[in-house]
Design a binder for this molecule. Sequence first.
Ligand code: ZN
Length: 352
Amino acid sequence: MRQTKEEDMRKCLKCGLPENFQGIIIHEDNECNYCKFYEKQKEVLNDNDFLHERFVEQLNQAKAKAKENNAEYDCLVGLSGGKDSTYIIYQLKHRYNMRVLAFTYDNGFATEYGRTNIQIALDKLNVDHISFAMNREKLRKYNQMCTSLFKNFCMMCFHLTHYYSHQIAAEKNIPLIVNGRTKGQILQFADSTHLLEPFEYTSCFEEYEYQMFKKSAEKTAKLCRDLPKIEGEVRALSYFMYHDYDPQEVMDFLEERLGWVKPKAGVAHADCWAHPVAEQLQMGAKAYPIMTGELAYMVRSGEISKEEAQRRIEKESVTGKTVDNKITERFNKEMKMQTKEEDNAKECTRVS
Ligand SMILES: [Zn+2]
């Protein structure tokens, strides 16, 4: 494969995305397909009154459906211990009067920080909570396959989190799952309105995965083909697609209302100890950090400048290049990934 140096790479004039970004087409006018799509839809995507109406309409439909189903809850929300999930549960319960079931999927990468915040949140939120951890050996196998095939284990984590969320919702007749994806996360790969909020709503796990990963969803699903198909209709709704989002405001709010503990300054993804390894794998495979698409969206929507996005990309790239040895060792141990030396040593033991 021909390697292109970063400085030689063609980039979108508007958002700065490089030509090796997933699914990008840079047109003759040096603008990318994602910028062109955003330009076409931006009026709708920034019409806050319209978005709020759509959000409330979805919640009302869920309430009616839950009543019809005799369900105990109107919606299910994932609770990771991070700021967004906690904030969403609070808002749905207190502002929108929803009967919420909180759900924690243990992905094997949870931190003490995240666990403590889950406890703090549950003490104050007064919602029912279900926690689920899958068979560790099986989880390890899925993570290993995903990492060796796609140089990425985040996709598997998303896949399983959402698979089990949809499964529990379907089992309990809960008609709606509300998630904490940001506008940038949702719109970073958007070049069509197909299954894209607020234009089209997804009604099952497979459709929701399409919204998240597009065609790559099929590849991850293939790795887990032994998991049974989920029956029943469950809609997904992304809270921050319909509400303005300021991470600092969210953290201040939670600290004040719930006594939620903020992460240490500069620590991103404080609820996942393996995040630096994920960043390292991403840099090795794609040469741009995980946040790149989301930052490009923020440039497109005028939230930050192209220069600011570049500055943050450089900072994130450093995370992936300077992973603490202890984290690497813990990751290899967790995934049972062995070094060549260890393999050789085992071979010798077996021979003797
Ligand atoms: Zn662009």
